[in-house]
Design a protein around this ligand. Structure first.
Ligand code: PGA
Length: 252
């Protein structure tokens, strides 16, 4: 459908002042000849400037792992979308399951953050996905539907055209247990149909829907060969430049 795949590396709370720019340098070297795939990395906040410096002028995008829903002011410990834009970031993750689980982020808060990101000129990667108990209880589609409906509520079509979605079944994140390509495709297809009803067919066809959850060099190609899987949000394997580059290569 002409959607350019996106491979996003979520470094989570890993790397430091020395290893973050080193990892960025290696990723740049190992992916520089890939043309048909977009690549982005998501370092921890304080390491973003050092990574930006290494990737300056390259095609690799950089983003934060979260942003505040607030504009600015007395919100100790928070980082605003405007700060990220002013640094030179292009993306932000929003609603990652670890934020939802450990920081009790609701679908409504994810919506406010998504709007805040768009207003600041960032591309939000809005993460959705069911827990194991929800999958086992047959609630996968209902859960994802609510996350998408509420998470994207109030967005104009122009705004939605800049949003990326990541489907990350919680039971597959960091567990080594990956959704089968069929399990992933079934939910991706569902999300795309939902986007067509919430926005329009053109937007649904153009929106990139990434899969996340134990993506590795060995399973990336098969997952991304599914018609509605447009790339990957990679956690653990993004900390190895070889693995991350191999995943990017299998998309491009
Ligand atoms: P994982 O993490 O690849 O380590 O499962 C994915 C994510 O949390 O984005």
């Amino acid at each position: 459908m002409g959607r350019k795949p996106l491979i996003a590396g979520n470094w989570k709370m890993n790397t430091d002042a020395v290893s973050a720019p080193n990892l960025a340098r290696e990723v740049l070297q190992k992916t520089s000849r890939l043309r048909n795939v977009d690549i982005a990395v998501f370092p921890p906040f304080p390491l973003i400037p050092s990574v930006l410096k290494v990737l300056d002028g390259s095609a690799i995008g950089i983003g934060g792992q979260d942003i505040s829903a607030e504009l600015q002011g007395a919100f100790t410990g928070e980082v605003s979308a405007g700060m990220m834009t002013s640094l030179g970031c292009t993306y932000t993750l929003v609603g990652h399951s670890e934020r939802r689980e450990y920081h009790l982020e609701s679908d409504e808060l994810v919506n406010r953050k998504t709007i805040r990101a768009l207003e600041a000129g960032l591309i939000p990667i809005v993460c959705v996905g069911e827990k194991l108990s929800e999958r086992d209880g047959g609630e996968t589609f209902a859960r994802v539907e609510r996350q998408i409906k509420v998470g994207l509520a109030g967005l104009s079509k122009e705004q939605m055209a800049r949003v990326v979605i990541a489907y990350e079944p919680v039971w597959a994140i960091g567990t080594g247990r990956t959704a089968t390509p069929q399990q992933a495709e079934e939910v991706h297809e569902f999300i795309r149909k939902l986007l067509a009803t919430l926005f329009d067919q053109q937007i649904a066809d153009a929106t990139r829907i990434l899969y996340g959850g134990s993506v590795k060099a060995s399973n990336a190609r098969e997952l991304m060969s599914q018609p509605d899987v447009d790339g990957a949000l990679v956690g653990g394997a993004s900390l190895s430049s070889d693995d991350f580059a191999a995943i990017a290569e299998s998309a491009g």
